[in-house]
Design a protein around this ligand. Structure first.
Ligand code: FNR
Length: 184
């Protein structure tokens, strides 16, 4: 069966390397797997219980619905100070407050990119901890942590162009599709 995946990017900036990775995923996906990048997180307000008391903001509801209706979620994120960017953590905090939990049982794939040598690995491991209580099915291996990403993209095209990185990601996406289809 065809699968429909959505990608959430943990960086807001236009020229984000992580967004370039996200934008490359559709062409690296196996046959029968469609991948769409979700809108950037600019419209998600800072979590505030007083705002929540007046109703979940529409941008949060829309994000929750996009995740809930997808067959799987891919999170592509930078690492900020050895951890998850606040923007992404904030979105997850909001999503954790939505009824009919979008993360429950959801297959989730993590990727990260960084100009440094570790490719955002530390952010990914923090992200795994953040997701535990939401109980998604987080894919384990192979991992994708793109170090030195500035040397692996065609910035004008906004895509990854490093052949071995592309092959590695294509392999991971194929395994993730198998993982989704295998079920819980
Ligand atoms: C960074 N950066 C960074 N890189 C890294 O490998 N480990 C880290 O802990 C940090 N910390 C960090 C904190 C803050 C506040 C910023 C702004 C940046 C560098 C980061 O990887 C680099 O800016 C990436 O280009 C950010 O990802 P996008 O926006 O290109 O997707």
């Amino acid at each position: 069966t065809p699968l429909r995946l959505v990608t959430l990017v943990g960086s807001l900036r236009q020229a984000s390397y992580n967004r370039m990775v996200a934008n490359t995923l559709p062409e690296l996906a196996p046959a029968g797997v469609g991948i769409n990048t979700l809108p950037a997180l600019h419209d998600i307000p800072l979590y505030d219980g007083d705002v929540e008391a007046k109703g979940i903001p529409p941008a949060v509801t829309a994000l929750a619905e996009a995740i809930r209706t997808a067959d799987g979620l891919i999170i592509v994120t930078p690492e900020y100070n050895y951890s998850v960017p606040g923007v992404l953590k904030n979105a997850i905090d909001w999503l954790s407050r939505v009824p009919n939990q979008p993360f429950a049982g959801k297959p989730v794939l993590l990727q990260s990119a960084s100009m440094g040598p570790f490719g955002g690995a530390r952010a990914q491991y923090h992200l795994r901890q953040v997701l535990i209580y939401l109980n998604p099915r987080v894919f384990n291996v192979p991992e994708v942590m793109v170090g030195g990403v500035q040397n692996k993209v065609d910035a004008a095209a906004g895509k990854l162009n490093d052949a071995s990185t592309r092959d590695h990601i294509a392999g991971q996406l194929a395994r993730f599709a198998d993982f989704i289809r295998a079920g819980a």
